[in-house]
Design a protein around this ligand. Sequence first.
Ligand code: C5P
Length: 226
Amino acid sequence: NRPKPLAGKHAIVTSGPTREPIDPVRFLSNASSGKQGVAIAEALAALGARVSFVTGPAQYRQPRGCAVIDVETAIEMDRAVEAALPADIAVFCAAVSDWRVETPADDKIKKDADETAPTLTLVANPDILRRVSSLAGGNRPRLVVGFAAETSNLLENAKAKLKRKGCDWLLANDVSPASGTFGGANNTVTLLAGEAVEAWEPMDKQAVAQKLATRIAESFQRDRRI
Ligand code: C5P
């Protein structure tokens, strides 16, 4: 009985959308299902990792064999990730809302008598991937993986994002209409690792998760980042 390749390793996986309140009954969010995040969390757990799964309010089922930490907002997600550290591996699958409403209303916003629409002032949310990638020394997970959904100039945009975020690997996902990713079963993914670029054949989200987890395990076994 050989030990599992990621036994003794701690992985943090973020997943799902975030939800940014406008008032007590309204929010800004997006349609992320959390499916890819769940698949990655389970694939890492299957290889022996202890997985902290930090998720926004997603409809998809929760991952088996992982510690689930439920959050709503990007700020809560950032704090939950911070609290879950230290980790050896961090995979950022969440579709974090880029903005939040600066001051959510305490009461439900009412329609004016003259029906003037309210103005929402938005402020930027923390970039969790970038922050964790830039942590110093022992606080930084050894392998930080980000995602990028792109509709055009996939490689160019993904390479720039890898640099800007400071993560080790970036999984670039072609979500252009021509790729059939949206609403389809398959993902068309390119893995960027430093200068290396590896186009994966179209495969479903389960297979993307398996392949990524296997690559992560290999990188730990070889003790290098690619
Ligand atoms: O900049 P963009 O949203 O395209 O970056 C996507 C990647 O960054 C994903 O891995 C996502 O989980 C992560 N991200 C984050 N915090 C944000 C925005 C994005 O962790 N506020």
